[in-house]
Ligand binder design. Structure first.
Ligand SMILES: C[S@@+](CC[C@H](N)C(=O)[O-])C[C@H]1O[C@@H](n2cnc3c(N)ncnc32)[C@H](O)[C@@H]1O
Length: 290
């Protein structure tokens, strides 16, 4: 099984100001690292609910968190309002979002998130969803592919890559992660420290899972669920996620709905960055419901 080190656990749980007996939601429970810590701090009288759209993550979380009394539910966080209808009346004390894909999704063979593998181009966090990355790559117009690469990958070679994809799929359907990575590499200029296909894969992952819209809707739903003085805490891993959160919180503050706690996002301590490469780009933001 893939192990996963939860990111900025101490900072996030401190920001959530977890108190014994409170009700807390981990909207991206993954393998349960944060949820486990929240459970310990909320004490036996507290209620902790973990949500994930990925059945396999939930299965792993169930195995890991067995007997800890954490309620686990499958769903998208854009549906938090429905998923937490029971808790809505009394309200929730704190909600955590740890965005993006988990190590399990990146590393498990067959999920199609990794560009170095022969895996089918999948990238669905929820495998019951119909559309896979393969469908986007093989059916969307060149213009639409270019938009996805620009908007969700900030890829400066978006027009060239979109053209190369369309040219290649006219000969043969693009089926594997490696095939797509090779197409991207064939038109990429310049050398950086990242694989040329990094931004393309990020863009497709965001498109397949509608990630930015999910963030906006999830944050919006949270505001309707938090008690006054309840706290919202987010961990982002790239600029598009972080910008989406920053803009949402700025608007919510302007409308008098929240007080933003983090003028600037917190980042992991040097020790954590050294010990956990996945934490390197993490940015933590928080807000308090007014
Ligand atoms: C970075 S991982 C979370 C890791 C977790 N905090 C831990 O300690 O193990 C992100 C998780 O959020 C889930 N996820 C992403 N977008 C989601 C959404 N819109 N709704 C529900 N879960 C989502 C992913 O399936 C993944 O398991």
């Amino acid at each position: 099984m893939v192990t996963h080190l939860p990111v900025m656990v101490a900072e996030a749980t401190e920001m959530l100001r977890i108190r014994p007996g409170g009700t807390y939601v981990d909207a991206t429970v993954g393998l349960g690292g944060h949820a486990e810590r929240i459970r310990a701090l909320a004490g036996p009288g507290g209620k902790v609910i973990g949500i994930d759209r990925d059945e396999e993550a939930l299965k792993a979380a169930r195995a890991r968190l067995a007997d800890q009394g954490i309620i686990l539910e499958k769903g998208r966080f854009s549906d938090l309002g429905d998923l937490l209808a029971e808790e809505a009346e009394e309200g929730i004390d704190g909600i955590l979002f740890d965005f993006g894909a988990s190590m399990m999704q990146f590393k498990d063979p067959g999920r199609g998130f990794s560009f170095t593998s022969e895996e089918p181009l999948d990238m669905r966090m929820d495998r019951s969803q119909a559309e896979k990355a393969e469908d986007i790559v093989n059916t969307r117009s060149e213009r639409e592919l270019e938009r996805i690469l620009k908007e969700y990958g900030e890829e400066r070679f978006a027009p060239k890559i979109a053209k190369a994809i369309v040219r290649s799929r006219a000969k043969k359907k693009i089926a594997s992660c490696r095939e797509l990575a090779e197409i991207v590499s064939s038109v990429y200029r310049g050398r950086g420290k990242h694989h040329p296909a990094t931004k393309t894969f990020q863009a497709l992952r965001i498109a397949v899972n509608d990630e930015l819209d999910e963030i906006r809707k999830g944050l919006d739903a949270s505001l309707g669920l938090l008690k006054t003085a309840g706290r919202l805490c987010t961990i982002s891993y790239h600029s598009l996620e972080d910008r989406t959160v920053k803009n949402f919180l700025k608007d919510a503050q302007r409308e008098g709905l929240v007080r933003v706690i983090t003028k600037k996002p917190l980042t992991p301590a040097a020790d954590e960055k050294r010990a956990n490469p996945s934490a390197r780009s993490a940015k933590l933001r928080g807000a308090e419901k007014l």
